[in-house]
Design a protein around this ligand. Structure first.
Ligand code: ATP
Ligand code: MG
Length: 630
């Protein structure tokens, strides 16, 4: 539709237009008909009057043989006759000469000046003729021409001319009245049509307005159904539809929210990919984290990024093929993580394939735990079997009675005894670890000064060191106290293990230094330690400071690659050497658990061939004044 006729798009204006057109057409038809009828009627009136006049007077003329012979008589008759008439009268003879007239100006003039020849000829042929004219004075006239017949012969014609301007004036008036009433009718029509169409369109626009609001998600719309007609029914249907939609939508929204929450907090990664566009249709935060997807704001995530990162293991085409027969499963490793991957095709309503759905599970920890468990069982069996084999072989030899020499027998028995001790220690340590694991270790925590304990440990170990001609230096402050909350026996166990490690893994003549110091909570090392303990999920609480025990040796050291695993159970750098030393490889892992049980920790720094330093951290006991309750 052209611009400018825009309003015609609205039903309201179309209805108005239709009404206006109908009324104007009807009125115009009626008007034209009435006006022409009126004109006809008036003209007919003129005509019948003429005929009457002529019929009354023509009789005398018809009696003449020749009009010219009685010209004088006729002229007088006509003159007299004309006086009683509004119309003009002319008598014309066969030579078209006006021989008599009410108006003397026309006398003896040629009738052709007065009338059309064809009209005259018609009259001379015996027919009545009629012609309308507008005179030079501007007056409209009607001429009626009648033949004057004497018997069969037409001897002349008589012409009557009447002013018909009143007919036209009447017609003009009628036209004016018509136009005026048309205008009035149209104004009324426009008003009425507008009101009528309004009553139809207002509820419709109300509905459409509310539908628009509904499209924007506002379902509180209710259309007022005032009437019981089609529009009222439309409003009722709208309200019904609104209610249904509202209900359905809220159900869907609830379901969607539920699903979104599940997806959001799901521990597994979920990913749905469109098979044609390879676009990621759905991805949960866990999948983003697992796959290292960087979803740019506004940009649509594409599976090609994942394929580029993971390569063939997550190639869409391969998975698509493999899932033809149903879901599939595989394990993949990426950047030190192990993922269990399940995938299957998903379909639309028409059962046509839409894309792939991927479920990823990070099983790194699980795998690690399984490996550790396996290793642990293998290690325990191995550690128990070695002394058992030794005990078994020595006792068998003794039972065989082959050893007669008492000295040898004694040495055999002492080996059996050592191995039994070793087994005993191993079992004890395993039990302790198990208690620590299951938080069943009973702690005898007491606030005490750690300095005396450290001193006694050094004294206890000095003898062993002396056997290896090692020098043990204890740099301990003489008159300071280092108060900590500790289980004394457990702390002793840890300190002895650390010192004995240093003695064990330091060559003869080496030196071992033991020192004690206090570090503030926000010192670099203290802060780093607190951060590390937080990182492994242990809270040390608010610590006022740290008491640190350093045991430093210049022994064999630990290779860098072994250092991260040194606190694992049974982990030893050199198994044979350690076993020879009577070690089980459980010492450091127990020490670590005990230190953590105290809210502290253990750190190890070492350089191969140069020596090792182990630091034990314990939270300093709050000073008296700072304690909450005394
Ligand atoms: P256990 O303490 O149970 O008798 P162990 O001493 O062998 O046995 P851990 O104390 O746990 O076991 O020590 C684990 C390993 O760490 C040792 O086998 C050794 O290889 C290495 N290690 C520990 N301390 C030192 C040290 N001071 N110097 C060099 N290596 C060390
Ligand atoms: Mg040890």
């Amino acid at each position: 539709m052209k611009q400018g006729f825009h309003f015609l798009k609205s039903i309201r204006w179309r209805i108005v237009l239709i009404y206006v057109l109908l009324v104007s057409i009807a009125m115009t038809v009626a008007g034209v008909f009435l006006i022409s009828e009126l004109e006809d009627y008036m003209m007919e009136d003129v005509r019948s009057r003429f005929t009457k006049i002529v019929q009354e007077n023509i009789l005398t003329l018809q009696n003449y043989e020749d009009l010219g012979d009685h010209q004088e008589q006729i002229r007088n008759d006509i003159l007299a006759w004309s006086e009683s008439l509004r119309e003009e009268l002319f008598v014309i003879d066969e030579s078209f000469t006006i021989i008599a007239s009410g108006n003397e100006n026309y006398l003896d003039q040629n009738a052709l000046n007065l009338l059309d020849q064809s009209v005259l000829v018609q009259a001379f042929n015996g027919r009545t003729a009629e012609v309308d004219q507008i005179l030079s004075s501007g007056v409209p006239v009607k001429n009626l021409v009648f033949p004057i017949q004497n018997g069969e012969e037409v001897i002349g014609i008589i012409c009557l001319r009447a002013d018909i301007s009143n007919v036209f004036a009447m017609q003009d008036q009628a036209q004016k009245i018509f136009l005026y009433s048309l205008a009035m009718a149209l104004v009324v029509t426009v008003l009425l049509a507008y009101l009528i169409s309004r009553s139809i369109t207002v509820p419709i626009s109300d509905v459409s307005e509310k539908v628009e609001k509904m499209a924007q998600g506002d379902f509180s719309q209710e259309v007022q159904a005032k009437s019981d007609d089609e529009i009222g029914q439309l409003a009722q249907m709208f309200n019904l539809l609104r209610g249904e939609l509202d209900l359905t939508l809220s159900t869907i929204t609830n379901e969607k929210n539920k699903l979104e929450t599940i997806l959001e907090y799901m521990a597994d990664g979920l990913l749905a990919i469109d098979k044609d566009t390879r676009k990621v249709l759905l991805v949960n935060p866990m999948a983003i984290r697992m796959l290292g997807l960087s979803i740019r704001e506004g940009a649509e995530p594409s599976y090609e990024d994942v394929e580029a990162e993971f390569g063939s293991e997550l190639a869409f085409d391969t998975m698509w093929e493999k899932s033809e027969e149903g879901g599939n499963h595989s394990i993949l490793e990426h950047k030190g993580h192990i993922f269990s991957l399940r995938y299957d095709r998903f379909k639309d309503d028409a059962d046509a394939d839409v894309g792939l759905i991927l479920l990823l599970q990070d099983i790194t920890e699980q795998q690690k735990m399984e490996n550790m468990q396996r290793d642990f069982v293998a290690n325990v069996s191995h550690e128990l079997k070695t002394p058992l084999t030794t005990i078994k072989s020595y006792t068998e030899t003794l039972l065989d009675g082959m050893v007669t020499d008492e000295e040898t027998a004694k040495s055999f028995l002492s080996i059996v005894d050592t191995e039994a001790d070793r087994m005993n220690r191993l079992v004890r340590e395993l039990l302790q670890l198990s208690r620590l694991d299951h938080k069943q270790e009973k702690w005898a925590m007491k606030e005490a000064d750690i300095l005396p304990l450290l001193k006694s440990c050094v004294t206890k170990m000095e003898m062993t060191a002396k056997q290896k001609e090692q020098t043990v230096t204890a740099e301990l402050p003489a008159d300071e106290t280092f108060r900590v909350v500790m289980d004394k026996d457990r702390m002793e166990q840890v300190i002895l293990n650390i010192i004995s490690n240093s003695i064990k893994y330091t060559q003869e003549g080496g030196s071992i230094r033991i020192s004690l110091r206090e570090e503030s909570a926000d010192s670099a090392a203290g802060a780093a330690f607190a951060a590390a303990t937080r990182a492994i999920g242990r809270s040390t609480g608010k610590v006022s400071g740290w008491v640190c025990v350093d045991v430093t040796d210049n022994g064999i050291g630990i290779p860098e690659e072994d250092q991260p695993r040194i606190f694992e159970r049974f982990y030893r750098v050199d198994k044979a050497h350690s076993r020879k030393m009577g070690g089980t490889g459980l010492g450091l892992s127990i020490a670590k658990q005990i230190m953590e049980g105290h809210g502290g920790g253990i750190q190890l720094e070492s350089k191969l061939g140069e020596g090792t330093r182990v630091t034990l951290y314990l939270p300093a006991a709050p000073t008296r004044g700072m304690r909450d309750i005394e």
